[in-house]
Design a protein. Structure first.
Length: 371
């Protein structure tokens, strides 16, 4: 659609969905200030799309004006001032029937009606792959929108990187630094489990930067005997301790992924592979083994300056895009530029670690085992 065909923008809304990632508040601030600069009003939807689907649950109606004051001093804050949710996907919204059965219903029409009711001219959705799928449906139903990619997992295709990833990698690297001294003092095996869903980006980057001895990622199913081999090799060369970095989505050769729970209306929750790997190492080698699950610590805290800058660039680019007449697109980092890619091209494609990448080759040259 060309700019001339689009009605002028007066009011925009922003929603943040999916698991939080450091940098969300920076996007909100940049988008809000950029919109104000153009004379547009900005509103925030609370808790993903929940604020628009169930406004009666909120004292302020689930829809809050984003004033300059409201976005002051938030660039460095983790989390999202709007709240978020990775439950209750509006496309598969779980409704419990009187007989106790759960049915998943599509509530996207209600979202479109809600925005029309508030006279919203354009929407910015900030989220991961699940949010992109929702955005694509809303765009097809006529909402003028731009998506901003976010996830600590860095598994979204079509953008060089997502904000939140650098902060997560920094924290995991520091954790490895700290674990080295205690592992060495006790001559133990330390197994460190990190998030990342079905991709191994966090484990790989922090594992290499933090000098892990073994890195297990979903892209390469592991053989536990190879892991033990590495531990023995190290022992023979005088290193009595070993640090094993495990991505939550890592799987043993011929085995399945470790899942904590399945719940209607949301993605399966991963976890537990660290315990599994540690138990097997102990059973085979007899080595004293400990497990550290970094979990949600990776999502908390202040974004690094790289993540802040990326998030600020994305927020401002989303508003510039709307002004230029872009719609149904996702902003993406294509260094040194921020560009717009059709949501359809970006969604549903997971970016996995290429095993031939130079970071994997570097790890191998450093003697790190992938099991
Ligand atoms: O996608 C981000 C992420 O942090 C994943 O790495 C992890 O598997 C998942 O979210 C955990 O989600 P929850 O917030 O439901 O624990």
């Amino acid at each position: 659609m060309s700019t001339s065909q689009l009605s002028p923008i007066r009011k925009v809304a922003i929603s943040t969905g999916g698991g939080d990632a450091p940098g969300l508040n920076a996007v909100i601030r940049a988008a809000t200030l950029s919109a104000h600069k153009r004379g547009w009003e900005v509103y925030g939807v609370l808790d993903g799309f929940h604020g628009i689907l169930s406004p009666e649950e909120y004292p302020d109606g689930g829809f809050v004006p984003l004033t300059r004051k409201r976005v002051r001093g938030i660039t460095h804050l983790g989390g999202t001032i709007l709240g978020t949710s990775n439950r209750n996907n509006p496309l598969k919204y779980p409704i419990t029937r009187p007989d106790g059965t759960v049915e998943e219903v599509d509530r996207s029409d209600e979202i479109v009606r809600g925005f029309r009711l508030h006279h919203i001219d354009a929407l910015i959705t900030v989220g991961g792959d699940g949010s992109l799928a929702i955005a694509s449906v809303l765009a097809k139903k006529g909402l003028r929108l731009i998506s901003v990619p976010k996830t600590i997992d860095n598994d979204l295709d079509k953008t060089d990187v997502t904000f939140g990833f650098d902060t997560a990698v920094g924290f995991a690297t520091e954790a490895l630094d700290r674990l080295h001294s205690t592992a060495a003092s006790h001559g133990r095996v330390m197994v460190v489990e990190v998030m990342g869903r079905y991709a191994g980006w966090i484990a790989l980057h922090s594992g290499v930067a933090g000098s892990a001895d073994v890195i297990l990622i979903p892209e390469r199913p592991y053989d536990i005997h190879k892991v033990v081999e590495k531990i023995r090799e190290r022992e023979e060369s005088g290193s009595k301790f070993t640090i094993v970095m495990v991505a939550e989505g890592a799987t043993p050769k011929g085995g399945g992924i470790s899942v904590v729970e399945h719940e209607a209306g949301r993605a399966e929750r991963l976890g537990g592979v660290g315990e599994k790997v540690a138990a097997e190492i102990h059973a085979i080698s007899g080595k004293e083994t400990r497990v550290v699950v970094l979990g949600h610590l990776l999502r908390g805290g202040s974004p690094t300056s790289f993540d802040r800058l990326t998030a600020l660039r994305f927020g401002a680019a989303a508003i510039r895009g709307l002004e230029e007449g872009q719609a149904g697109v996702m902003v993406a980092l294509d260094p040194p530029h921020v560009k717009y890619v059709p949501i359809e091209e970006a969604m549903g494609k997971m970016k996995m670690v290429p095993m031939e990448s130079d970071i994997v080759l570097t790890a191998q040259d450093l003697g790190i085992s992938f099991g």
